[in-house]
Design a protein around this ligand. Structure first.
Ligand code: PLP
Length: 272
């Protein structure tokens, strides 16, 4: 298996990161993650734009242009000969003498096999555990997921799939996905304190009537349907919030329709 490390494609075993990299010492780094299907990176342009934007906003130095990154990714998929998988991009602050000043940074691109949630989860829906929290610098894909990793102990014990962040009565997102609710035929998704997911963007394209507006915790509790979106989960129905059922507690028809249209959209994208 091969990966891109610093400035070349190498075997994954030979890739290394200096232990004094401020990505490790200070959590100063960004990443992104997308999927490949039929050797084609899905919605690549959007993910690269987000990766470049995260680097710019955090002043991390990225030596490669969008076109160069695209070429590296295509070469990597070719070399690994993995038709369906994931691509993880990682950019750290680099080694710094005072452990504080970003230097050249280290860029890694991994091409890995990928598991999806079980069919049962798509059929029955999943449970989210509500937590009062809001992500700091929410719209940058920083590597700092210490809080979600730490919290995973709690939601795993509760049989949940993840958490649902809410604060001051407003819902934002889950720790690794965005949220949508459906009530009286209206689909809505919050826009504040979230990472603007690429899957979320696709759903808004599929259903342009989606209202992008604040969503209160009350509304979520009384929604008829709810679902989360992310690159690895696609569109995953949410049927429980803590101990409460959402709607009838069954996966809703509108959610099923969107799951279906999203699959078709992806198929089209992988044939381009
Ligand atoms: N929100 C957070 C905090 C995330 O980490 C992610 C994905 O990792 C998402 C939302 C969903 O984004 P995407 O659909 O681009 O995977």
């Amino acid at each position: 298996e091969f990966c891109f490390a610093q400035d070349q494609i190498v075997t994954s075993q030979s890739a290394h990161l200096h232990p004094m990299d401020i990505g490790l010492i200070r959590g100063y780094g960004i990443f992104d993650f997308f999927r490949t299907s039929n050797y084609t990176p899905l919605f690549l342009s959007d993910y690269l734009d987000r990766f470049i934007r995260s680097a710019e906003k955090t002043h991390l130095s990225l030596k490669f242009s969008k076109l160069e990154l695209e070429a590296i990714i295509r070469e990597l998929i070719d070399k690994n000969d993995l038709s369906d998988g994931g691509i993880r991009m990682l950019l750290t602050g680099g080694v710094s003498d005072n452990h504080f000043s970003p230097t050249n940074g280290s860029l890694f691109i991994f091409n890995e096999a990928l598991d999806f949630p079980s069919t049962e989860k798509y059929e029955k829906g999943i449970k989210l555990l509500p937590i009062e929290h809001v992500r700091y610098i929410a719209d940058i894909k920083t590597t700092n997921y210490a809080f979600p990793v730490w919290h995973s102990n709690i939601w795993k014990k509760e049989g949940a799939e993840d958490v649902l962040y809410h604060l001051n009565g407003q819902v934002s997102e889950s720790s690794r996905s965005n949220i949508f609710i459906i009530k009286d035929g209206e689909i809505a998704t919050p826009d504040q304190h979230i990472l603007h997911g690429i899957t979320r963007k696709r759903v808004i394209e599929l259903a342009p009537e989606v209202k992008i507006r604040p969503v209160s915790f009350e509304e979520l509790i009384h929604a008829e349907e709810a679902f989360i979106t992310s690159t690895t989960k696609k569109i995953l129905p949410v049927t429980k919030l803590g101990d409460r059922k959402i709607g009838s507690g069954k996966v809703g028809t509108k959610t099923l329709q969107l799951i279906d249209s999203f699959a078709k959209m992806e198929q089209k994208s992988s044939q381009n």
